[in-house]
Design a protein around this ligand. Structure first.
Ligand code: ZN
Length: 163
């Protein structure tokens, strides 16, 4: 994705109040983010442990959503709905996002199970395991990168109410 400024990110949240947008803490390593190696930016708020944020580009617009972790860690380790990583390098958490606009204000939410700290862009860039001899691992990696972007945009679009 293209690099974003702090102001662009704060202005992008579609399901957060003005106060929440102002109070959101950006990632500690914000200045060092390699934007070219990610389909979205996802992070947890350092001051609000249950709160996470995801920002991506959707139809050339920058769209950010705020999520809330809805339950304690699952006993089993389910797969992340976005990166579908099978090597399970990190935990997966259940997050809930308020829908944008009136629907969200009326309590309408959407849930999703994704990597706890939104590690998906890193996960899909690791070379995948070889499922059969002759498997093209580089093509497999590219495919996962593409699919991750589609999954994230589909979810953000759903929060926005255009799905
Ligand atoms: Zn993931």
């Amino acid at each position: 994705m293209n690099s974003l400024t702090e102001a662009q990110i704060r202005a992008s949240f579609i399901n957060a109040s003005k106060r929440e947008r102002t109070q959101a803490l950006l990632p500690e390593d914000f200045a060092e983010i390699d934007w070219s190696a990610r389909e979205f930016l996802g992070w947890r708020d350092r001051k609000l442990p249950q709160v996470g944020y995801v920002v991506c580009e959707l139809d050339a617009e920058i769209v950010g959503i705020m999520l809330r972790q809805a339950e304690a860690r699952a006993r089993t380790r389910p797969q992340c709905a976005w990166c579908e990583d099978v090597t399970l390098p990190n935990d997966v958490a259940f997050y809930v996002a308020k829908r944008a606009g009136a629907a969200g204000r009326n309590g309408d939410t959407i849930g999703i199970r994704v990597c706890e700290d939104f590690e998906c862009p890193v996960n899909v860039r690791r070379l995948p395991p070889i499922p059969y001899p002759g498997f093209d691992r580089e093509a497999g990696r590219q495919q996962r990168i593409t699919v991750l972007g589609e999954h994230v945009r589909a979810f953000v679009g759903e929060v926005l109410g255009c799905a």
